[in-house]
Design a protein around this ligand. Structure first.
Ligand code: PMP
Length: 450
């Protein structure tokens, strides 16, 4: 038996995870919130915890392990690189693999022009650099972002993020000259026309267009609830960006790297951005991020203005070059679309059943899949309690899922794109029973006399 029960001084039995939870509380800051799934090992779409419990991983490290945990091809590339060198600092002793990755990303990102790439380490850092570059290019300061957006936990990342709790609360002041316009979403009552009107009003009443360096948008909002930016919105931004010389940045950190059925999510709209930020799925679990975009914009920053000690770490770069091969060889864009159709169809069937009316909306962007939980038919009242109950029921049954959304009422599903079909089927069965269990628990709690 792998599950082990230990005795403490007080004679109370504790699982390994309980013991680790207690140590975590005493050693790690509470601001770093975590689940209580302490991982022991993981392979492709499965993960085992320190008590031997098996989970199917529908979080994929928040859209990172698109190629699965420890893909053998990626691991082999990493092992080979580890035999050669693990760090030199690209500024000190550059290496070919970084240049090769830049060449490949320049070909992947369609801006309609010649591209250049820079590598850094985290998503937030890529966002920071995209803004630095847009400011250096335009010699302007202001940036327009969207409500519900998430762009990272650094100062500029937080400033651009359009959700106060938990990301911004108590951490200000933030960099100045950041503006937000409402993002169109199914239940918010905001459509594309209203968004573009708000943007035009902003440019008329708050900040003149020739002070705006950049528009930054997630083609599919991640933390905000998996709402896709309609093509007309991206077209509207493109038109205004062209008219006023503003840099259009697509933040593809969560939605990029084959996740939505195309290499980049923005491709669905036919709109070409000026700059793109990438991270997460780029290196299959190793820390790496990139800014890719038009050479004439990317080269605006002066030599020495960009980079960092760990930027473009050789191990991460080796992983990323291997990830690009796997995406191509295993046709993971098509697989993402197939996963989306299968999971979406199964969610539609559940949502159509009697008693499941509180599943207010099912959203599918390839393998970036979400469903929204609401109290009423037109979705004006969110159901965050039901949402967290479903997450808890799934965890008990061995399926890791995450919630998101500005109203904390969206469940997002991010299976690795390499997930085996029987494992996917098993996960969908667990999801269905978890939804049923949560619905009946919440219903009986509400029926109890108060
Ligand atoms: N942008 C987007 C769209 C993201 O989803 C995230 C991470 N959730 C970030 C930026 C920040 O990335 P990181 O956590 O690696 O800094």
């Amino acid at each position: 038996m792998i599950f082990e029960v230990r005795s403490t001084k007080e004679g109370i039995s504790m699982s390994h995870r309980q013991a680790l939870r207690a140590r975590q509380e005493n050693a790690v800051v509470s601001g770093v919130a975590t689940k209580a799934i302490f991982v022991d090992k993981a392979l492709n779409a499965e993960l085992w915890d320190v008590d031997g419990r098996r989970f199917i991983d529908f979080a994929a490290g928040i859209a990172v392990t698109n190629t699965g945990h420890r893909h053998p091809y990626v691991m082999n590339a990493v092992a080979k690189q580890a035999e050669l060198f693990t760090h030199t600092c690209f500024h000190v002793a550059p290496y070919e693999s970084y240049i090769k990755l830049a060449e490949r990303l320049n070909r992947i990102v369609d801006t309609g022009e010649e591209n250049r790439t820079m590598l850094v380490t985290t998503g937030a850092e890529a966002v920071e650099n995209a803004i630095k570059i847009a400011r250096a290019h335009t010699k302007r300061s202001a940036v327009v972002a969207f409500t519900g957006a998430f762009h990272g936990r650094t100062m500029m990342g937080m400033a651009l993020t359009g959700k106060v709790a938990p990301y911004k609360k108590g951490f200000g002041p933030f960099p100045a000259e950041i503006f937000h316009v409402p993002f169109p979403a199914a239940f918010s009552g905001v459509d594309v026309e209203a968004t573009l009107l708000a943007l035009d009003n902003l440019l008329a009443s708050d900040v003149e267009p020739d002070r705006v360096a950049a528009f930054i948008i997630e083609p599919v909002q991640g933390e905000g609830g998996f709402n896709a930016a309609p093509a007309e919105l991206l077209q509207g931004l493109r038109e205004r960006a062209d008219k006023h010389g503003i840099v259009l940045i697509a933040d593809e950190i969560q939605a990029g790297m084959a996740r939505t059925g195309t290499m980049l999510a923005v491709e669905h709209s036919g709109v070409r951005p000026d700059l793109v930020t990438l991270a997460k799925g780029l290196a299959g679990g190793f820390p790496l991020s990139a800014v890719v975009g038009k050479a004439r914009i990317m080269n605006s920053a002066h030599p020495g203005g960009l980079g960092g000690t760990y930027a473009g770490n050789p191990i991460s770069v080796a992983a990323a070059n291997a990830v690009l091969d796997v995406i191509e060889n295993e046709k993971l864009c098509a697989r993402a679309a197939w996963i989306g159709e299968k999971v979406g169809a199964s969610l539609d069937v559940i949502a159509a059943r009697q008693g499941m009316e509180r599943i207010g909306d099912v959203r599918v962007s390839g393998a970036m899949i979400a469903f929204e939980l609401v109290e009423d038919k037109d979705g004006k009242i969110a159901a965050p309690q039901l949402t967290s109950q479903i997450v808890a029921e799934a965890e008990q049954r061995g399926l890791i899922i995450l919630s998101c959304g500005i109203r904390y009422n969206v469940i997002r599903l991010l299976p690795p794109l390499t997930i085996e079909e029987p494992v996917l089927d098993e996960a969908l069965h667990i999801l269905e029973t978890s939804i049923e269990a949560a619905f009946s628990k919440i219903a009986s709690a509400m029926a109890e006399p108060r």
